[in-house]
Design a protein around this ligand. Structure first.
Ligand code: HEC
Length: 87
């Protein structure tokens, strides 16, 4: 019963999230540690180079950049974008 209520509410949570937060920042943090940190070390070293004025522009730039920079999986890219833009 509780489970079915939670499942029914899930789409509402999804709709309430801002468009730029489709990815999961926690999963993005893990992906960063696994795939990016060995070259970039801290996130602070790359965030100043993310191009775009608005969050949507920055997300679009990162998504396009990462597609050609080690991250072919769209879901992992979305998670990384969520994580990088939150830091
Ligand atoms: C093998 C080393 C390596 C790995 C792994 C790597 N990068 Fe990079 N990254 C670079 C280098 C070198 C540059 C600068 C040259 C360029 O633009 O390709 C760069 C550039 C960038 C930039 C553009 C900003 C800047 O500093 O020029 C971003 C954003 C970025 N990387 C994010 C990531 C993310 C997120 C990951 C993890 C999926 C990742 N990188 C994995 C080496 C790496």
């Amino acid at each position: 019963m509780i489970r079915s209520i939670a499942l029914a509410l899930l789409p509402l949570l999804y709709l309430a999230a801002p468009a730029s937060a489709e990815g999961d920042a926690t999963a993005g943090e893990a992906a960063y540690a696994k795939a990016c940190a060995r070259c970039h070390r801290t996130v602070a070293r790359i965030t100043p180079f993310i191009e775009g004025k608005t969050a949507a522009e920055r997300a679009a730039w990162l998504d396009a950049f990462l597609a050609g920079h080690h991250v072919t999986d769209a879901k992992i890219r979305a998670d990384l974008v969520a994580y990088l833009l939150a830091n």
